[in-house]
Write a protein that binds this ligand. Structure first.
Ligand code: MRU
Length: 368
């Protein structure tokens, strides 16, 4: 997608500098800066401290991390994968990517493994882009139907109001995004969309990243506090919700950024469709019950007690927003049960959030 009118991806191999280049997402929206990763340590740090984040991008970064580690020639493949797997627990794309790289490298002679790992990482980045673009096409068809239905009911309707949570845009993937891909495609087709962007405390991925992406693409949007969605839905100001997923179970339970569940409850109570957009790599077919089985990341309390922003001098600064005397807790994700999900938008088409429907998908992709 575009930054100041120029196309970018979130990650790629920089042949001139022989490094993996990422966008440092901890500096957005105020500073657009790229970073060079040259070692396994740097790749792990980038994932852990969220210079890269979002389930699909975490997976692709891990694949590039394997390449960087093999290039250093200091680590066994098993140790490399174990180290990368420990960086963040919830997004299953990390495990999916590492298992795929490890199995493809198994039969490769040691001397050729680094080159082969780079080729696999690049292929995964391209495939992620294609998958997200296809999610965009399938999701766009739903948005078009929703817009036509709204216009049929009310010829004076100005736009389709869509609520999203966290950042499931191109910054969370290699390009296009998951939840935002249908929105980008709908906008390009001339469907008038307006996006309610949940700020998404504590790290503000909505206010910092989603709003910035939408602004770069010229899409109408409004940032709201996390608790505003229910109120807007009660007043008919949300036509549908679309969010991403970090892990979806074989039953269709969806784990996503903390607060997603409350939005789904409010949507259910107000008959607002609640869609989840995800690549197939985000489905964990080994799990059934998301609430009981998905590991929920707990992050540092300082993400709650402190906030980052610009000071009066225009410098990026961190301030403490509460006293140090209260305990804080920082669960990164929650689980939305399948019964609250209207449909799953994948690169293979739109599926119901149910065991039967996802079994059909598993069969279609040859997953045993
Ligand atoms: O903690 P983050 O920023 O990595 O969480 C990201 C999300 O929860 C996204 O909604 C999810 O990864 C889907 S991204 C396409």
């Amino acid at each position: 997608m575009r930054v100041d009118g120029k196309s970018h991806r979130t990650i790629g191999f920089d042949a001139a500098q022989q490094c993996v280049r990422i966008i440092d997402q901890t500096r957005l929206p105020h500073h657009f800066e790229t970073l060079a990763l040259t070692t396994l340590d740097q790749a792990c740090h980038a994932i852990t401290c969220m210079q890269v984040r979002g389930a699909p991008l975490i997976g692709v970064t891990a694949a590039y991390g394997v390449y960087l580690a093999l290039r250093e020639d200091r680590h066994s493949l098993e140790a490399i994968c174990a180290r990368l797997l420990a960086t963040r627990p919830t997004a299953v794309n990390l495990r999916w990517a590492l298992e795929r790289v490890a199995s493809e490298l198994e039969c490769t002679p040691r001397s050729e493994r680094a080159g082969a790992a780079l080729a696999i990482a690049q292929r995964m980045a391209d495939e992620d882009t294609e998958a997200c673009s296809a999610i965009g096409d399938h999701g766009c068809a739903l948005l078009e139907q929703a817009w036509q239905a709204k216009r049929a009911q009310n010829p004076d309707a100005q736009c389709l109001n869509i609520l999203t949570h966290c950042n499931a845009g191109w910054l969370a993937t290699v390009d296009w995004g998951t939840a935002l891909a249908p929105i980008y495609k709908a906008h390009a087709k001339g469907i008038p969309v307006h996006i309610w962007v949940d700020e998404t405390r504590p790290r503000n991925q909505g206010a910092f990243l989603t709003a910035w992406e939408l602004q770069q693409e010229g899409i109408a949007h409004t940032v709201i506090v996390d608790n505003a969605g229910g109120h807007l839905m009660q007043h008919g100001d949300v036509d549908l919700c679309i969010v991403g997923s970090d892990r979806t179970t074989a039953n269709g339970d969806v784990c996503n950024k903390i607060g997603t569940y409350l939005k789904a409850l409010a949507a259910f109570d107000n008959d607002v469709p609640f869609y989840v957009a995800l690549p197939v790599s985000t489905i964990d077919f080994t799990l059934a019950d998301g609430v009981r089985e998905i590991p929920i990341e707990q992050r540092h309390g300082e993400e709650v007690s402190h906030m980052q922003g610009l000071n009066a001098q225009g410098e990026l600064t961190r301030v403490q927003v509460m006293t140090s005397h209260s305990a804080v807790n920082n669960f990164g994700f929650d689980v939305t049960p399948a019964r609250l999900v209207s449909a799953l938008i994948t690169e293979r088409g739109v599926y119901q959030a149910s065991r039967e429907s996802l079994q059909e998908l598993a069969t279609a992709i040859g997953h045993s």
